[in-house]
Design a protein around this ligand. Structure first.
Ligand SMILES: Cc1cc2nc3c(=O)[nH]c(=O)nc-3n(C[C@H](O)[C@H](O)[C@H](O)COP(=O)(O)OP(=O)(O)OC[C@H]3O[C@@H](n4cnc5c(N)ncnc54)[C@H](O)[C@@H]3O)c2cc1C
Ligand SMILES: *[C@@H]1O[C@H](CO)[C@@H](O)[C@H](O)[C@H]1NC(C)=O
Ligand SMILES: *[C@@H]1O[C@H](CO)[C@@H](O)[C@H](O)[C@H]1NC(C)=O
Ligand SMILES: *[C@@H]1O[C@H](CO)[C@@H](O)[C@H](O)[C@H]1NC(C)=O
Ligand SMILES: *[C@@H]1O[C@H](CO)[C@@H](O)[C@H](O)[C@H]1NC(C)=O
Ligand SMILES: *[C@@H]1O[C@H](CO)[C@@H](O)[C@H](O)[C@H]1NC(C)=O
Length: 507
């Protein structure tokens, strides 16, 4: 046994070089005879939660030998990002995680990260003139009030969301048993049959009306939740609507230190190489029996190309989003990915709220931490809320409306000075992030494919069913399983029907 620590430097270097060259010889032999041998190189494009979770799951399935390169053109975390105000960081993109988002829970646990303490605060709905719905201190009173106001609608809605959640959670069982799906349609229908597929095609309002939820409840409660979560109206598909409503329940959390820490942690855990570069083209590359993909990339530090056995695209492929990737030399051509992404502008404002605008001339009695809005065309913002920093100390308390605080405003367009001066009495700073946030739903768009080519996969199609951190994580686990089974020709693990029954008899 050689002891690396006591060896002279030069000898150590020679030892490592020999090791490296013998490994690469092995690697070449492997890729020449593909059957039974693991892939030697995998590329992932995008280091958001989707790409980094894919790296982690691919490492779990393919083992320690395979090289995993993750290309990132911007910042690790992607749509999970923070901005700094007064030496404190605040989430500007994806912020809220549901307690039943089991992959996110698992990542945080494995990475030794912590849930951020939640600080109580009340929510209200503003229609442009007055508050039409206010949360009180007392939960039971709220229930009675909603009951009184909207009758049976509230209970019907609750049951509907719970039933969908329960079915959706079957995915964790299927994935734990190693089952994979070759398309988003297969995945959804294995969870909720044709009912789930129909929910990606029908509008939320139509589905809720059919359920017996009142128009008034839809306008005053549902629409404001869709506006704050997806910046869109009640015409969005019922499935993403349900995802969004689940995200409006109790039991929400975020990651202490910022959600993007999960992405950084997963990259490390996966022992993946981060390459700070933009992937510009992907093309098939076949030599004899082996088919690989050539990736061309450009970065400030490096520019070049590399061959990979498996490639996962973990960023939206719509032309308007991110850094465009071109697919060249595919016969037949790869299908174009249609649709567009919805703009949502997040403005983090440090200043004094103009409580008069909300009908409270005395800021000392303004009781709300977040304000949602109805779908009123006169309103120039979707929501405004007092936000907590990503690190919360034990002594932290929310700022009162008469104090200077940090607020997050979501709007469809960038806010001009007159608009800022309407919501805020005065402000010290404004930091704007113009997100290509989530799909612009409801253009009759189908669900994009997961398998683009033999060893080429696309993660972000799942966003057209629903865009959330957990959805990207579910897609990441699915692609890792799918790539693994397809590589090893274990086709019986893909698109199996009647999984509920199969899993029961397997146990
Ligand atoms: C304002 C806002 C609020 C949200 N709120 C929530 C919420 O509360 N809860 C929730 O669960 N979800 C929320 N979401 C949605 C959630 O943030 C996203 O669904 C999720 O972060 C998507 O992750 P991803 O890894 O799939 O994509 P991304 O995070 O977009 O990652 C893709 C990465 O690929 C990189 N890239 C692109 N092209 C290239 C290229 N050619 N070469 C190299 N790299 C490239 C990009 O720079 C980017 O970092 C919100 C989103 C926004 C914008
Ligand atoms: C990604 O790459 C493009 C083209 O090189 C560049 O214009 C853009 O600013 C980059 N995006 C980020 C977030 O760095
Ligand atoms: C979904 O839609 C199809 C076609 O409209 C219909 O036949 C089917 O019954 C629907 N499924 C459910 C569960 O409603
Ligand atoms: C919702 O918004 C879309 C455009 O994004 C619009 O076509 C549609 O009419 C709106 N629906 C309602 C009910 O306001
Ligand atoms: C914030 O929290 C993270 C995660 O717990 C920790 O690593 C970091 O040091 C904290 N930062 C500050 C300024 O307290
Ligand atoms: C605050 O709101 C009031 C009432 O809408 C409005 O008159 C005033 O111009 C707003 N702005 C400031 C800076 O007070």
């Amino acid at each position: 046994m050689v002891n690396f620590f006591t060896m002279p430097r030069s000898l150590l270097l020679r030892c490592i070089l020999t090791l490296v060259s013998s490994l690469s010889v092995l690697g070449d032999a492997d890729s020449a005879q593909r059957d039974g041998a693991p892939p030697s190189k995998i590329a992932i494009i995008g280091a958001g939660i989707g790409g980094t979770a894919t790296a982690h799951f691919l490492r779990q399935h393919f083992g320690p030998e395979v090289r995993i390169d993750v290309f990132e053109n911007g910042t690790v975390g992607g749509r999970l990002a923070t901005v700094t105000v007064n030496h404190q960081e605040y989430e500007t993109g994806g912020s809220i995680i549901h307690s039943l988002n089991l992959h996110m829970q698992d990542f945080v646990k494995q990475l030794g990260l912590k849930h951020r303490r939640s600080v109580a605060g009340k929510t209200a709905v503003f229609n442009g003139e007055e508050f039409i719905l206010e949360e009180t201190d007392w939960y039971l009173l709220d229930l009675f009030r909603l009951w009184w106001h909207y009758g049976i609608s509230f209970i019907r809605l609750q049951m509907w969301v719970e039933e969908i959640m329960e079915k959706f959670m079957r995915i964790y069982k299927y994935q734990a048993h190693g089952y994979a799906f070759s398309s988003v349609e297969e995945l959804l229908s294995s969870l909720g049959g044709s009912g789930f597929l129909n929910m990606t095609r029908r509008s939320l309002s139509e589905s809720l009306l059919e359920l017996g939820v009142s128009q008034r409840f839809i306008d005053e409660v549902i629409a404001p939740i869709m506006r704050v979560n997806y910046g869109q109206n009640i015409s969005i598909p019922a499935f993403v609507g349900a995802v969004s409503l689940a995200g409006a329940q109790a039991n929400l959390w975020s990651v202490e230190g910022g959600n993007k820490l999960v992405c950084l942690g997963l990259l490390k855990l996966a022992k993946a190489n981060l390459i700070q570069a933009q992937v510009t083209t992907i093309s098939p590359h076949t030599t004899g029996e082996t088919s690989q993909y050539q990736l061309n990339y450009e970065g400030p530090m490096e520019k070049g190309w590399e061959l990979y056995d498996i490639v996962v695209v973990a960023t939206p492929l719509q032309d308007s989003v991110g850094a465009t990737i071109s697919f060249q030399g595919f016969e037949p051509e790869l299908p174009a990915v249609g649709g567009s992404y919805h703009h949502t502008v997040a403005s983090i404002v440090h200043g004094y709220l103009n409580c008069s605008y909300f009908g409270f001339p005395d800021p000392k009695v303004f009781p709300f931490a977040s304000v949602l809005t109805t779908d009123n065309p006169e309103l120039f913002f979707n929501s405004v809320g007092c936000v907590c920093p990503v690190n919360i100390s034990a002594s932290f308390r929310r700022k009162q409306a008469q104090e200077a605080g940090v607020y997050k405003v979501f709007s469809q367009q960038r806010l001009g000075k007159p608009e800022l001066k309407t919501i805020f009495k005065s402000y010290y700073s404004v930091q704007v992030t113009d997100w290509q946030a989530y799909p612009h739903y409801g253009s009759g768009q189908g669900l994009p494919p997961v398998v683009l080519h033999d060893g080429l996969y696309y993660l972000n199609g799942i966003e057209w069913a629903g865009s959330a951190m957990e959805m990207s994580s579910v897609a990441a686990k699915n692609i890792a399983l799918l790539a693994y089974h397809r590589w090893n020709r274990q086709l019986e693990m893909i698109d199996q029907k009647d999984l509920m029954h199969k899993i029961k008899t397997e146990l």
